[in-house]
Each structure stands twice: as structure tokens, then as C-alpha cells.
Design a protein around this ligand. Structure first.
Ligand code: GAR
Length: 230
């Protein structure tokens, strides 16, 4: 079955995006910068964090964006704590008429509640070439495994962690002298390129999900570092 997940006709209003972030927020910043530079036709209508002191919230406020901390504590201890938290989050996303959700260093596993509400409308960025190295500390794992290539992946979010259909990937060589920090820094540069690019592809209605595959409707080149169609 074919599905085009965003409008394929040229839209006049900007795509309404929410960003979920727990930490530093450099990927959030990359998307903000791309929007402000006119490279990405979208509007960030909400930045939401599960961490009160997240630098991502500070970045949002510096750019005049609505930032919101949703405290996980009131939901802790309940058997359905994760789902209850996601229901609260979903409520906020609906209030803001969000069309696309971006997980950007969001260190909380999202539940079926969000995954179903935003099926093929929620993306994540992960610092490995999935399906290799899902989870945490993945740059260190790639070095220790002896890989010659590492990289990053933007994918749609499904219930399985880091398992959803792959939208874009960028490869980064692993050097003999790399530490996980030096490798992570070089991967991050690529993350900041492919995440905004994936958002723009979505905004242009050029992403089609067929089973596990995300097909990119041909158009403008999507860039050299990207393994995929141009
Ligand atoms: C990024 O490297 C992102 O790929 C990674 O966390 C970092 C967040 O940085 N995400 C994951 O590992 C998710 N599995 P940022 O807060 O500066 O965007």
C-alpha cells in the first residue's frame, strides 16, 4: 500500500513541528537555524522536555519559541507511568496542532500512545548507522567492534527502540586515533545536516513509507553525505 505522509501539493502554510529534547539540544538548534535561514519550511510550535534544566528549553526561549517542561514525577510509580506521561504530552501536541514530532536527544522511550497518534509523523535522530548499534553509547560500541564506518540515522519512530523505517543516513569514517568523543563530534556535524534535510523532505511531501522502506520522491538533490537517492 502506498502512503504519502505529507501534502504532495505545495502548501502555503508552514509545517507545524514539535521538538522533544532532554539535553544539550544541538539538533534542535540545527533545525531552528535551518528554519531561520529559510532552508526548511516549517515552524516549531513547541519544544518539550522531560528535564527541567534542559539547555534545549533555553535554546527555545532564546529564539522566542514556546518551551515546556512536562514533569515525569507526578506519573512515577504508576504501572502505566510511561503511557500516562505520553498522554499528557499528546494533549499538548494536539493543543498546538502539531503535524510532525522530532525526537532530538529525547532520552525517554516513547510508548504506543504517541507512536500510534503520530505514525509516520514522528522522527528520531540516532548516532549510528542503524540497524547497527541501537541504544546508548553507540559511538564507543562502534569503535570497540572495530567498525571502519560509523554515522547517523534519521528514522520514523515505531514502538521498537531505534527500529523504525530509515529516512536518511550519513556515514562517517572511524579513524584509528578516534575516541568516542572525537567520533561523536564528527557524527554530530552530520546529524545537523541530515535532520533538517529530513524535515524539509517531509514538509515537501516527498517521503513515502512502503513497509520498512522510506522512498524519497525525486526532486532537488538531498546532499552528498547522504546515502540514498539524490
Ligand atoms: C545526539 O547525538 C543524538 O543523535 C543522540 O543524542 C544526542 C543528542 O544531542 N540521540 C540518541 O542517542 C537517541 N538514541 P543534542 O541534544 O545535542 O541534539
Amino acid at each position: 500500500m502506498d502512503h504519502w505522509w505529507s501534502m504532495s501539493t505545495k502548501r502555503t502554510d508552514a509545517l507545524r513541528v514539535a521538538v522533544l529534547a532532554s539535553g544539550r539540544g544541538s539538533n534542535l538548534q540545527a533545525v531552528i537555524d535551518a528554519i531561520e535561514a529559510g532552508i526548511v519550511q516549517a515552524r516549531i510550535v513547541a519544544v518539550i522536555s522531560n528535564k527541567k534544566d534542559s539547555p534545549a528549553l533555553e535554546r527555545a526561549s532564546r529564539h522566542g519559541l514556546s518551551g515546556l517542561f512536562i514533569d515525569p514525577k507526578p506519573y512515577a510509580g504508576r504501572p502505566d507511568s510511561r503511557e500516562a506521561y505520553d498522554l499528557a504530552l499528546l494533549d499538548v501536541l494536539r493543543q498546538h496542532d502539531v503535524e510532525l514530532v522530532l525526537l532530538a536527544g529525547y532520552m525517554k522511550i516513547v510508548t504506543r500512545v504517541l507512536v500510534e497518534a503520530f505514525a509516520n509523523r514522528m522522527m528520531n535522530i540516532h548516532p549510528s548507522l542503524l540497524p547497527s548499534f541501537p541504544g546508548l553509547d553507540v559511538q564507543k560500541k562502534a569503535i570497540e567492534w572495530g567498525c571502519k564506518l560509523a554515522g547517523c540515522t534519521v528514522h520514523f519512530v515505531t514502538e521498537g527502540v531505534d527500529e523504525g523505517p530509515i529516512i536518511l543516513q550519513a556515514a562517517v569514517p572511524i579513524l584509528d586515533e578516534d575516541s568516542s568523543d572525537t567520533l561523536a563530534a564528527r557524527i554530530l556535524v552530520q546529524e545537523h545536516t541530515i535532520y533538517p534535510r529530513a524535515v524539509q523532505l517531509f514538509a515537501e511531501g516527498r517521503l513515502r513509507v512502503e513497509g520498512r522502506r522510506v522512498l524519497i520522491e525525486q526532486g532537488k538533490p538531498v546532499g552528498d553525505a547522504v546515502i540514498g537517492p539524490s
